[in-house]
Design a binder for this molecule. Structure first.
Ligand SMILES: [Fe+2]
Length: 315
């Protein structure tokens, strides 16, 4: 039996990354080894809780809500797996080609109107509409006489992380889906005609589609919820492992609390709620509030890692 020379024993955690001693091929030479003492100390930067404002009037183009520098990743990202963007198109101008390098991206028409054509059957859209586009190249968005301001969120960073490409439209997990504003209002009216067991948590309209209905998702990864909050109420503090990207649609006198930060709502702002962060939404104004929330919730539901919990008792 060999005696251990205690003078030469080092802590396992201090071992440097190991290379193979005598690789016989390029493939063998690429191997690297860590151990249970040194492999789990990678510290990624936190996801910042942040508010983004829409581009000012007169500025046209695509504006990423980009936190890639803070997240230390090499591609535009608002959260590790989602990218939110504003798109402003001048009157009778067109955004083309528009490539959706995601499984899908959801769009909300903040103002104006227009027409979408390209990789899917075209349709006209107006303010307040929501639509879902499968990943594809060569979309074209034409704005109407008053121009158009849109907000969009997709899982581009999720695909970029793995250098994956969207499936061809014919084989995609989702189809194009259009939710016109009038139909959304009809759904809100129906929802508000019902009673609820917990008024203080507000009411939310969840968007899905024929092919995603079983999972209640928008795409396999993304969920879309149009939340409401009555005047003088708040959505009590909770947490979940999905990250959230929220668009303020209507909310005078409202704010969110994310961790220790108080985030006052401003018109059409985008709020980032980091994964796992305790948060609550508050309406101190005199009108009902509405906010559109995209989460990577489908991914967490599937992975059984949603980890939702209220951190405040029902009032
Ligand atoms: Fe939440």
């Amino acid at each position: 039996m060999n005696a251990v020379d205690t003078a030469t024993v080092i802590d396992m955690a201090d071992l440097p990354m190991q290379h193979p001693r005598a690789p016989a091929s390029a493939a063998q030479a690429r191997a690297r080894f860590f151990n249970s003492g040194n492999a789990f100390n990678v510290k990624l930067p936190e996801v910042p809780a942040r508010l983004f404002a829409p581009p000012p009037e007169g500025r046209h183009g695509v504006f990423d809500c980009d936190q890639s520098r803070a997240l230390d990743c090499g591609f535009p990202a608002t959260t590790p797996l989602m990218l939110a963007r504003y798109v402003r198109i001048a009157a009778r101008d067109a955004l083309l080609p528009l490539d959706v390098r995601a499984t899908g991206s959801v769009w909300y028409v903040i103002s104006g109107s227009g027409r979408l054509t390209g990789a899917v059957d075209g349709f006209a859209f107006g303010a307040g509409d929501v639509f879902l586009l499968p990943g594809a190249s060569g979309y074209r968005i034409e704005a109407g006489a008053e121009g158009a301001l849109l907000w969009t969120v997709g899982n581009e960073p999720q695909l970029a992380f793995e250098r994956a490409q969207p499936a061809p439209v014919a084989g995609a997990a989702i189809d194009v889906v259009h939710y016109p504003a009038a139909e959304i209002e009809r759904q809100f009216e129906l929802m508000f005609s019902c009673v609820t067991r917990d008024e203080t948590s507000g009411r939310a309209l969840i968007f899905s589609s024929d092919r995603q209905a079983a999972a209640r998702n928008l795409t396999p990864t993304l969920t879309l919820s149009f939340n409401t909050l009555e005047p003088g109420t708040h959505q009590r503090t909770h947490r979940h492992n999905s990250a959230a990207v929220t668009l303020v649609v209507q909310g005078e006198g409202c704010h969110s609390v994310v961790g220790d930060a108080v985030c006052p709502w401003t018109p059409w702002a985008t709020l980032v709620t980091p994964p796992g962060a305790p948060h609550s939404h508050h309406n101190a104004g005199s009108r009902g509030a509405r906010f559109l929330i995209v989460q990577d919730g489908g991914l967490h539901y599937h992975a059984r890692t949603m980890g939702f919990e209220f951190l405040e008792a029902a009032g």
